[in-house]
Design a protein around this ligand. Structure first.
Ligand SMILES: [Zn+2]
Ligand SMILES: [Zn+2]
Length: 372
């Protein structure tokens, strides 16, 4: 099979590989999925340029995957947290699926409670083991056991389906927001810090699930235009070396009559975003740190500010197969969530460098590899 193999920063090579060979220490039965489409995530670009502690090269990147089964998994899917009846849909040869990239250990306390994304020995397809920038991807036994292959309805295209995994990650954050949000007064104002594909998926969810008033803060004109097209009530365009956290805070407060926001979602690796989120938070509000920050920034946090204002400071990371199934339902409804609006470019596997560059240079939103 053809695969784009990451060896070291700035070194990816397209080569022929034996599709039967597998990397990592997967035990038990594995099955092959033929790739239909795989989206290029900002994480892939970060690894391509800088490497990552999670990545053991040589490895094939790509974790936003839509494919079809080469054989039936034919193993009991029965680990904690699954609704088996909903799940035992026929996974047979040819079934179109979305893949959960999570490879859990099934031995830790998080796995015991079905929180596989928090597994203490987490492996990830497209990171620690081979992923979707290849003709085939091999699914480890533990991913099969947790129901990590989820069948797709015909109403979702291959391209759209690559964005189910990021949608599920965003939905994970919304579930956590939801557990605090009953206290939020008045109509909810969500501020989304970041205008990338992830920011815009958060925008769609905030509008659809909460009917929220939304403000998107970003730096890229065409992306902010997309945010407006998707229904953002306001956008704030940052200018390089001109805007400071203080000026963004003032703009948001002006837009909210000084009341501030109910929910802020940090969907950018820019560490200034936390200062902004703190400056615009109303009492009883929620801040979700969704994005990983490349530089491990430290920021000042006043415990008294959290205490007296009842601020809920939360994080969210990755998603479980259960959230992927819910995301498929949300996207298939075709009401508030339209994943096709997030896809702007298509490339062949041979054009992987181009796909990574388009992503890195923020020329569009998501690039999808759709020909292998
Ligand atoms: Zn991703
Ligand atoms: Zn575990």
């Amino acid at each position: 099979m053809r695969a784009a193999v990451f060896y070291s920063p700035n070194n990816i090579s397209i080569e022929e590989r034996n599709s039967a060979s597998s990397s990592g220490n997967n035990e038990g039965k594995e099955i092959l999925v033929r790739m239909n489409a795989c989206a290029v995530c900002g994480y892939d670009v970060n690894v391509y340029r800088n490497g990552h502690t999670k990545v053991r090269a040589p490895v094939v990147l790509g974790h936003e995957i839509c494919g079809e089964l080469m054989e039936s998994p034919n193993i009991p899917i029965s680990h904690t947290g699954l609704n088996e009846n909903a799940y035992k849909l026929d996974l047979v040869e040819g079934t179109r699926v979305v893949l959960s990239p999570v490879v859990p250990c099934l031995n830790c306390m998080y796995c015991d409670s079905g929180q596989y994304n928090l597994c203490t020995h987490l492996g990830e397809i497209g990171s620690s083991i081979d992923g979707g920038f290849a003709e085939f991807v091999r699914i480890p036994n533990n991913t099969l056991k947790i129901g990590g292959l989820i069948p797709l309805p015909n109403s979702l295209t291959n391209e759209e389906s690559t964005l189910i995994e990021p949608l599920a990650c965003c939905l994970n954050g919304f579930k956590r927001i939801n557990s605090f949000s009953n206290d939020v007064v008045e109509r909810k104002t969500f501020v989304i810090l970041g205008d990338g594909p992830i920011g815009l998926i958060h925008l769609q969810l905030a509008k659809y699930l909460y009917g929220a008033r939304t403000i998107v803060v970003g730096r890229v004109k065409h992306r902010l235009q997309s945010a407006k097209n998707m229904g953002a009530d306001f956008v704030i365009e940052l200018e390089e070396n001109k805007d400071s956290p203080t000026s963004v805070i003032k703009e948001v407060l002006d837009l909210t009559d000084g009341k501030g926001t109910s929910v802020s979602i940090i969907a950018t690796p820019n560490p200034d975003a936390f200062e902004v989120a703190a400056g615009i938070a109303s009492k009883n509000s929620i801040i979700n740190i969704f994005a990983g920050m490349p530089r491990h920034p430290s920021f000042q946090l006043d415990p008294n500010w959290v205490h007296y204002n009842q601020i809920a400071l939360i994080g969210s990371f990755s998603a479980t197969p259960k959230l992927i199934r819910e995301s498929i339902e949300l996207a298939a409804e075709k009401r508030g969530i339209n994943l096709s609006t997030i896809i702007t470019h298509r490339c062949k596997l041979d054009e992987i460098y181009k796909a990574l560059e388009i992503t890195e240079e923020l020329l569009g939103l998501r690039v999808v590899i759709n020909s292998f």
